[in-house]
Ligand binder design. Sequence first.
Ligand code: EPZ
Length: 448
Amino acid sequence: MEGRLINRSGSLPDAKTTPVADSSVLQIWGGHRLQGHVKISGAKNSALVIMAGALLCSGNCRIRNVPSLADVERMGEVLSALGVHVQRNGEILDIDASEITSSKAPYELVTQLRASFFAIGSMVARLGVAQMPLPGGCAIGARPVDLHVRGLQAMGAEVQIEHGICNAHVPGENRRLHGAKIYLDIPSVGATETLMMAATLAEGETLIENAAREPEVVDLANFCIAMGAKIQGAGTSTITIVGVPQLHSVDYTIIPDRIEAGTFLLAGAITRSEITLSPVVPEHLAPVIAKLEEIGVSVIEEAPDCLRILPAKALKAIDIDTLPHPGFPTDMQAPFMALLTVAQGDSVINESVFENRLRHASELNRLGADIRVKGNTAFVRGVPMLSGAPVQGTDLRAAAALVVAALAAEGLTTIQGLHYLDRGYERLDLKLQQLGAKVKRVSIGNTE
Ligand code: EPZ
């Protein structure tokens, strides 16, 4: 890695002897049992889209249980660039969108945070106009936005894409979208959220069919309903929205992060530990818990918002197909693959949601796993033990998979690519340390 003094044996220079760091790595010494309780933060994928939804409100929105993540900071910067006031106070975010002074989202921010594109729905609904850069692809896929665009056009927006900018505007003097019947080719989370937000202020009724059913879609709907929106059917494949003239201030608490919770369940499973997690919404984790039970791990509802995982005697190989909710979540595929690398037998993982989301397999193989990838399918042959090595995260959940694997690998694992991890996990290293894991975040500097 250019400019970093990490030799491939994984030993790092003493952080004290290197200049002030411009980056950091995680050092994990595997093989230690975890114990105790971990607090789950607010859901990243709720926070991001609800921040975009705050643009619909011509007053103040107070959003609680907001995780402190790089992506949340970035979304705050996008809103500020539109002239919206964003005030953070711990887990509370105060957003005042009574004055939106610009309809032009900054290119350099949108390309770094795909979720900011979803704000096009609330901007066109509120302002009748939006200049939103196309988010472009990322490590896991091309990430097109055709369903978002087609839905807005069905609702009366005229959309031209030129020079990488999606220019949307609503013709006519009242510049108000109208309701429409929309069928999504794919139950896209983002498209469902963009169009649901747009429909809250449109004239008349909008029907979104083949809608995404993820808990974060329901969270956004509940946030909009709390502002006075008329939405029915969120969480099912058919959502009906009747537009209203405007939405009022709200004080709203977002749901816990089911993907962070699932990641900690896997950390417990792979280290044969007994830990508890809260707050959680157990039903949001139903597909993950079902797969853990199939492997041989017991997960108990300690309380309505608390789960306890018990150590398994043996981990059995299983097959996984990622699907839209309530199927097995694609965001849990990489961390789950880490667990299956040490299960007994052969597992088959099929990634059907994104076209390039198996890149973590090669990094897991550097830790001694036995994984073969053919197209969108990974064939995982369980091995008795992983062994520590320097590895590199290639996207947010791939980095999480390497952390899970490192907790069970013999010796030292050094993980680069923490900027990915910081996008979606709030102080993962500290939370793991509090559970007894031997984890250290080490700053390393540039070397001449
Ligand atoms: C959301 O992304 C999440 N991000 C992703 O989480 C998550 O993996 C994904 O939903 C699936 O659950 C946020 O909520 C911020 P999609 P999104 O539209 O909305 C195709 C994480 O790790 N598609 O449901 O972008 C698309 O290419 C992130 O936290 C179109 O073809 O996902 C993909 O193959 C990663 N045209 C499939 O649909 C479109 O217009 C599902 O994508 C839109 C999507």
